[in-house]
Design a protein around this ligand. Structure first.
Ligand SMILES: Nc1ncnc2c1ncn2[C@@H]1O[C@H](COP(=O)(O)OP(=O)(O)OP(=O)(O)O)[C@@H](O)[C@H]1O
Length: 303
């Protein structure tokens, strides 16, 4: 596994605040990598250091094998680290043309292609003054991709987007990784989205790494068998301490190996099984248990 980003003991202090506190992180090349953490965990600070915008107080950060301050590496990276602002009097197409010239890729940037990839073809000749936050985000992503970078860093790429916009952004991010071979590193508070789009995640809290791994490994822990079956009371009685209610269904705390025998035994006891499926821990519950953040799903989903 080749690392595209590597940090060792990375520390950044702002006066008494330790935004990053000895962070050791290794992000593999390829795929989509999510950096999660509650407000103030250090995500943006990490991204700013990786992009050479601020300097670490201590420790080391390497991107694509080189130091973060080497200009040649910056050319191989694209980024969007906050809701971008563009001159309001320009159209989306003019913005991309202007940025392509600024970055010295004038002739080679396929602007219509990138406008289409982010779903802005129809709005290409509208002034950005009238753009929603979500449209600005999409234009920012197009700007980050135009130079065909190997690595793209996106801070909250779906913030301010409506559900169809989020779905399109998810498809774009996946296709960048799968079809274009780009490594995408993103920070997001939308845990369900992260679970859907990322291959691996790191959870930061107070500037430290508290959990890292592939989404499938992390969510397989604590897997249970969800049985939509009745009568529910009979299922609960048969399961004893291993059973708990989940709405109209029952969660059985058994291993995959025990599943078939359990289902057979329940059927023999006259239970009707309408559905049986394995459910893992979701990223949201892992996030809250690792960070000790107070669970308020309505705000987490709405960020
Ligand atoms: N320029 C700055 N001056 C002083 N403190 C800062 C500065 N930038 C960040 N911090 C502090 O460093 C800590 C980490 O901030 P950072 O923005 O990296 O967190 P984050 O995980 O990106 O949070 P959020 O999810 O809210 O974007 C916070 O306590 C923040 O207040």
């Amino acid at each position: 596994m080749t690392a595209v980003i590597e940090t060792r003991g990375l520390t950044k202090t702002y006066g008494a605040v330790r935004a990053l506190d000895g962070l050791d992180l290794s992000i593999p090349r390829g795929g989509v990598y999510g950096v999660l953490g509650p407000n103030g965990a250090g995500k943006s600070t990490l991204f700013r250091i990786l992009l050479g915008l601020i300097r670490a107080t201590q420790g080391e950060a390497r991107v694509m094998g080189g130091s973060v301050n080497e200009i040649s590496h910056m050319r191989r990276m694209g980024s969007m680290i906050e809701t971008p602002r563009f001159p309001p009097y320009m159209t989306a197409r003019q913005v991309l043309r202007w940025l392509a010239l600024e970055h010295g890729i004038g002739g080679s940037a396929d602007i219509p292609h990138w406008l289409a990839r982010v779903g802005l073809s129809e709005a290409a000749d509208r002034k950005v003054r009238g753009f929603s936050v979500g449209m600005m985000q999409r234009l920012g992503v197009a700007a980050a991709l135009m130079s065909r970078p190997e690595l793209v860093i996106l801070d909250e790429p779906t913030s301010g987007m409506d559900p169809p916009g989020i779905q399109e952004m998810r498809a774009l991010i996946r296709s960048l990784a799968t079809d274009d071979g780009v490594t995408v590193v993103l920070a997001s508070h939308q845990l369900l989205e992260v679970q859907r789009v990322c291959d691996r995640v790191a959870i930061l809290n107070k500037g430290r790494l508290v959990r890292e791994g592939s989404v499938s490994e992390l969510t397989a822990v604590g897997e249970r068998l969800r049985l939509a079956a009745g009568p529910v009371e009979r299922v609960l009685e048969a399961l004893g301490a291993k059973g708990s209610r989940d709405g109209d269904a029952v969660l059985a705390d058994v291993s995959r190996a025990e599943g078939p025998a359990l289902i057979r035994a329940l059927v023999e006891q006259g239970v009707d099984i309408h559905e049986a499926r394995w459910v893992g821990a979701d990223l949201e519950s892992i996030f809250f248990s690792e960070t000790g953040a107070v669970q308020a799903p309505e705000t987490i989903h709405a960020v």
